[in-house]
Design a protein around this ligand. Structure first.
Ligand code: GLC
Length: 425
């Protein structure tokens, strides 16, 4: 059974492999996505180390001069996707979007380095990527935390990777739609519209893009100009885990300055994260920087923070919350609490399970010693694949596959989870 699953997963990676980057799935997402690639590299590393490094190197070849790593690289033209390069108009030699995505790269390069068979070669590639990843982290703290709070804000929901989470609803309702040029969506032609963001949400997504474009994508201006500034514990948790891995890798490679600066970022971030803890919900929650208030929304963002080296009593509390959730859904982890009235089992990030988030939560909880719940999450991920194939995401109650199929990061996570559990056995 395991062997057959591994083979199917490897086949999907191959089908979506365009040589030096991998598309999430043909049709719906025909370019290179930032966190997709870094998570995909984890799966690839078990099959072909060289190819895994290339996936991340290609992404960083398109890093901006200021340090930002864009959320999409439009390597080739494809008019099946909206908004394409013409809407972003970022003026890059190879067009990219103008916003970023969760900073998984630091974690990915440390994992690739640790598991590499040819250490000398891996050290060479890690040494070349390390300053670039560090520059991206510095970019985050300089541009998305201008007041030095220790935590960074996202300025567009797409940056979170959890595109239309309930977490953004309130802040997003303050984003205007006046002046949005007419457009034709492409996502609803590839996937069931009932599972996708609404038209009103889409107009707001585009309003933000147009506003940033009018500021010439100058990152020293975008944060303050955005009516949407959210401090997401999941996004910060991923960044802090990456920062801690960069610190460890840098000290192993003798890059003392990077190691020390990263440790300072880590300490400040972990302290500041504490301000997002919500005792009533047993998880972290978002903070709306414009409205200056915490967002009372029980979404997976506050559980995903367990990927970071958070205090052990916080990891234990998140494990309890997940145990409670397991009584209300068949497959962990729902992207929104199934008991909350806003839960929507099939709509994009408002309820469904995503394997990549499962992997990161389970990984953090394994490290924190919360083995029972972490193993339960891993097993639920594999059960989903066995029942429903390699979908983009799944209904947490019925296990039904949703969104795109033959999905790259889902396949990569299966390879990763199976190999990790083999290593732990
Ligand atoms: C969707 C997801 C985002 C992902 C992209 C490509 O936009 O919300 O997280 O990176 O698809 O898979």
């Amino acid at each position: 059974m395991t062997e057959a699953l591994l083979q199917k997963a490897a086949h999907i990676l191959q089908v979506n492999d365009l040589g030096n980057y991998t598309v999430p799935t043909h049709g719906l997402y025909p370019f290179q996505w930032n966190w997709d690639s870094c998570l995909t590299a984890l799966g690839q590393s078990h099959l072909n180390e060289d190819r895994a490094w290339t996936e991340i190197e290609t992404l960083f070849d398109h890093q901006w001069d200021d340090g930002m790593v864009p959320h999409i690289v439009f390597h080739k033209e494809d008019d099946g996707y909206f908004p394409g390069p013409g809407v972003w108009a970022t003026n890059r030699p190879v067009p990219t979007s103008g916003i970023t995505q969760p900073a998984v790269a630091g974690f990915a390069i440390k994992s690739l380095y640790d598991r590499s068979k040819d250490k000398a070669k891996a050290a060479e590639r890690a040494r070349a990527l390390l300053p670039k990843v560090f520059k991206w982290h510095e970019w985050f703290y300089a541009n998305r935390d201008p007041k030095g709070s220790g935590l960074v804000a996202i300025i567009h929901p797409w940056e979170s990777g959890r595109d239309n989470s309930v977490d953004w609803d309130d802040a997003f309702s303050r984003v205007p739609t006046e002046g949005v040029a007419p457009f034709v969506r492409r996502d609803t032609q590839h996937a069931d519209p009932a599972h996708r963001p609404t038209q009103a949400q889409y107009e707001r997504y585009i309003w933000l893009v147009q506003t940033f474009r009018n500021l010439n994508w100058d990152n020293s201006k975008l944060h303050d100009a955005s009516p949407f500034q959210i401090v997401d514990p999941g996004f910060n948790g991923i960044l802090l885990r990456a920062v801690s891995e960069v610190a460890a890798l840098a000290s192993e490679l003798g890059e003392t300055k990077i190691a020390q600066a990263s440790l300072a970022q880590l300490d400040r971030g972990i302290d500041a994260l504490e301000g997002l803890w919500n005792d009533k919900l047993g998880q972290y929650t978002c903070y709306d920087r414009v409205a200056d208030r915490l967002v009372d929304s029980p979404s997976i963002g506050g559980l995903l923070a367990a990927f970071a080296p958070i205090p052990s009593h916080r990891a234990a509390a998140i494990a309890d919350t997940l145990n409670k959730q397991s009584q209300n859904c068949n497959f962990l982890v729902a992207s929104h609490d199934p008991l909350d009235p806003n839960f929507d089992a099939k709509r994009y990030w408002r309820g469904p399970v995503w394997l990549i988030v499962n992997y990161m939560i389970a990984n953090g909880l394994h490290v924190a010693g919360q083995t029972d719940i972490a193993t339960r999450i891993d097993n639920d991920s594999l059960r989903l694949i066995e029942t429903s194939g390699f979908a983009e995401y799944y209904d947490p109650i019925t296990g039904e596959p949703c969104g795109g199929d033959q999905f790259t990061w889902t396949a990569a996570m299966v390879i990763e989870i199976l190999n990790m559990s083999k290593a732990a056995a």
